[in-house]
Design a binder for this molecule. Structure first.
Ligand code: SAH
Ligand code: SF4
Length: 362
């Protein structure tokens, strides 16, 4: 069962004001900014710790649940801050337990997040932008470009929505930035969200359990290496040659694979964290044996492991998912050349498995 948790309510009309005023969202706050916010209200600073405890440890969904806060303060907070800003406007659960949510923000824009359960764990796949500016030719998220960035709090809120969805004992254990949008284009909000997700006072998920997936912005990849975060970096390569890569990712025409190799090496050298190469297998486009050979050479040079993803077909696009046999042959070619490679099982297929599709339908 999903949905019905919060009923849609009237959308706010002051679009830009709500977008830009991050202080209006609890999830945009750090302990320091929340203390300053409370001081402005002539409240003692320790209330900030109480509020964060309620939100992140005790699962409060509204200020009215924070029973050790004076009633008047709860009311003032509710008037000034969103706790959960979003409404779940669609929710689709697949037979394998994967659940996709379409969230609508106060300005009417929407973004997707996904809950992926596995044994006693749960991964949240979250978005960083409404739409995507990159427009890879096979991806539903970038079809209409980007509408706007999400704030750090809106990114954190998605993780919390997924955390609350557990109907069993599966704890939120992993976060992947693999929803809509390009995280390194919305760099500052993404990093702030990672810090809150990682913080002991926040969602409290280990940095190594957090994966940032990027289409590859060399400068920002280097910058990320200096953030003092032990997050996993996944680079969406999808093609072993510049020519083919530019066909699939026209936006990448100014970036060469050689530059990406250098940036990934830099990330590895500086953080000691092995970069993952992501490679969406598109039938008869990038899944031939020579592609596997070229990819294995690259992975060796970059000291990367490879994650193969079976393409989830998107309505209206010409690309097809390769058969299991040819995907396994590709995997075998990589492994035969000493590459540490995995074929990611595709899940949630019966509910528009490709990110961006729920929003598009809506
Ligand atoms: N913009 C970032 C993160 C979001 S996309 C990036 O591109 O890395 C996350 C991953 O999903 C990427 O590797 C992307 O190529 C992949 N993806 C996008 N559309 C897909 C589809 N229809 N089927 C399978 N994987 C897809
Ligand atoms: Fe954007 Fe990533 Fe989709 Fe490319 S694959 S359009 S970068 S979300």
């Amino acid at each position: 069962m999903c949905g019905g948790r919060r009923s849609p309510k009237l959308l706010a009309t002051k679009r830009t004001q709500l977008n830009t005023d991050a202080r209006r969202r609890l999830f945009d706050h750090t302990p320091d900014t929340l203390r300053a916010f409370l001081t402005d209200l002539d409240e003692p600073e320790y209330r900030a710790d109480q509020i964060l405890e309620w939100v992140y440890r005790r699962g409060a969904r509204g200020f009215d649940q924070m029973t050790n806060l004076p009633k008047a303060l709860r009311q003032r907070l509710a008037e000034r801050l969103y706790l959960y800003e979003s409404q779940i406007v669609q929710c689709a659960r697949a037979g394998d337990g994967v659940t996709r949510f379409l969230l609508r923000w106060a300005d009417g824009e929407t973004a997707e997040c996904v809950s992926i359960p596995a044994d006693d764990r749960r991964t949240a796949c979250i978005s960083t932008q409404v739409g995507c500016p990159v427009g890879c030719v096979f991806c539903a998220s970038g079809i209409d470009g980007v509408r706007r960035d999400l704030s750090a709090g809106q990114i954190v809120e998605q993780a919390m929505v997924v955390a609350h969805q557990a109907e069993d004992d599966t704890r939120l254990s992993n976060i992947v930035f693999m929803g809509m949008g390009e995280p390194l284009v919305n760099y500052d909000a993404t990093i702030r969200a990672v810090r809150t997700i990682n913080a002991a006072w926040g969602v409290n998920i280990g940095a190594r359990k957090i994966t940032i997936s990027t289409i590859g912005l060399p400068k920002q990849m280097r910058r990320l290496a200096h953030e003092d975060l032990q997050v996993t970096l996944a680079l969406s390569l999808h093609a072993p040659t510049d020519e083919l890569r530019r066909e699939l990712i026209p936006w990448a025409k100014g970036v060469t694979i050689a530059q990406l190799v250098e940036a990934a090496r830099y990330y590895f050298d500086r953080t000691g964290r092995e970069v993952t190469l992501e490679y969406v297998l598109l039938a008869d486009v990038n899944d031939r044996p020579e592609h596997a050979r070229q990819l294995a050479d690259l992975a060796r040079r970059m000291r990367c492991n490879v994650n193969l993803i079976l393409y989830n077909p998107v309505e209206g696009f010409p690309y097809k998912r390769p058969g299991e046999a040819s995907a396994h042959a590709f995997l075998h070619h990589l492994r035969a050349r000493g590459t540490n490679a995995h074929l990611r099982s595709s899940r949630g297929l019966d509910v528009d498995g490709a990110c961006g599709q729920l929003r598009r339908r809506e």
